[in-house]
Design a protein around this ligand. Structure first.
Ligand SMILES: Nc1nc2c(ncn2[C@@H]2O[C@H](COP(=O)(O)OP(=O)(O)OP(=O)(O)O)[C@@H](O)[C@H]2O)c(=O)[nH]1
Ligand SMILES: [Mg+2]
Length: 346
């Protein structure tokens, strides 16, 4: 007679990862069927992933000029009512409703502590009547920090991400989040310029880039990769300064290459030879924050701040295959002076 073997924690961990891989596969199939464009965020603890996401989600909720509204799209999960789908649904809803509401009440986000990564599926309802579906991947920064116990210090992606990347066959937008200033939640919610944390953040992004390319296999060449410098307001000092109102590519690339030298080289060396336009850099400001508090800005400054979510929405809307969303944030053709300055710099 077969003995009942006790269920060890190793077995449980394996079942768990297999379930998560399977969930990732299922979501990839559903997203493709329903025309959902996925946006994945990778970056170390406190790099600003959740803040960026909340500022994006809240933009169409709060600004009339968005000419769109946003809804949580629970049709993604409602076909099977099993536990793993319910957990993913609830995590997404908590972020979409509760955290976004706290943000409106001027609270900066707390550290993300969910056990598994999860998607926040949304529908952007444009005033023209058109609907566009997106899903944002949220997760813990510690999954994207170097693993100091390993000779090769990179962590494997979580099961859901592995399963999703292996199966999803349409283009994805990936945001590699590189903060202008690193920090830890321990220091009373304040970000501080800590060289060691910046180096870890840099190495963590290299790990995410390597893991992405190897998990996604050939598909990564068709994806849209955006190396994003967050907390751009801290670099600018003031929301009325020129670099805040109109961040130039060369300013952003100077900061990225000096603060994230490893990730910068890895990013630029991605073999995307057929589509150089699929590698972009960007600066982002989710809001002006004072520790755990999000400061309310006067309406003129709010207008300048809103250009950040507006520009990113425009980019992902175009990556999703729906063309230009906001004409005002399109890149202006370079003036002769700028071209001369570029030539002098190179
Ligand atoms: N000034 C400023 N501070 C920011 C900005 N974005 C984030 N922060 C600060 O950085 C802190 C961490 O941001 P989060 O969005 O929670 O970072 P995260 O990457 O989600 O962190 P984990 O959940 O731990 O992975 C916030 O509490 C803010 O204090 C920004 O655009 N400007
Ligand atoms: Mg977070």
């Amino acid at each position: 007679m077969l003995e009942d073997k006790p269920y060890s924690s190793v077995d449980r961990a394996e079942t768990n990862i297999n379930e998560q891989i399977e969930l990732g596969n299922e979501l990839a199939v559903k997203f493709k069927e329903q025309g959902v464009h996925p946006i994945l965020l990778f970056g170390s603890q406190m790099s600003g992933k959740t803040s960026l996401l909340l500022s994006l989600l809240n933009y169409p909720r709060l600004d009339q000029q968005a000419e769109a509204s946003i809804e949580y799209d629970d049709t993604i999960y409602d076909q099977e009512q099993n536990v793993k789908l319910r957990a993913a649904l609830e995590a997404g809803q908590a972020l979409f409703y509760r955290a976004a509401q706290q943000w409106i009440g001027n609270a900066a986000p707390k550290a993300t502590l969910d056990e598994h990564p999860f998607f926040v599926p949304v529908v952007l309802q444009k005033s023209s009547g058109e609907q566009v579906k997106f899903a944002f991947l949220e997760g813990r920064g510690e999954w994207y920090t170097p693993d100091e116990t390993n000779i090769r210090p990179y962590r494997k992606f979580k099961g859901l991400i592995q399963g999703f990347l292996q199966t999803f066959s349409n283009p994805i937008t990936v945001l590699y989040v590189a903060p202008y200033v690193a920090g830890s939640y321990g220091d009373a919610g304040h970000t501080s310029g800590n060289a060691e944390l910046m180096q870890k953040s840099d190495l963590g992004l290299v790990g995410a880039l390597e893991e992405y390319v190897s998990t996604r296999r050939g598909y990564f060449r068709e994806d849209y990769h955006i190396l994003t410098m967050t907390k751009w307001d801290i670099k600018c000092g003031s929301v009325t300064s020129d670099p805040f109102l109109d961040p130039r590519d060369n300013e952003v690339s100077d900061e990225l290459s000096s603060k994230f030298p490893l990730a910068w080289n890895k990013f630029n060396a991605m073999p995307m030879s057929n589509q150089p336009g699929n590698l972009k850099i960007n600066a982002y400001c989710a809001g002006v924050m004072d520790g755990a508090r999000l400061n309310q800005l006067p309406s003129d400054d709010k207008y300048s701040l809103n250009r950040y979510p507006r520009k990113l929405w425009d980019r992902i809307h175009s990556n999703a295959g729906h063309g230009v969303l906001y004409k005002d944030v399109q890149k202006k053709p370079k003036s002769l002076i700028d071209k001369l300055l570029d030539a002098l710099r190179s």
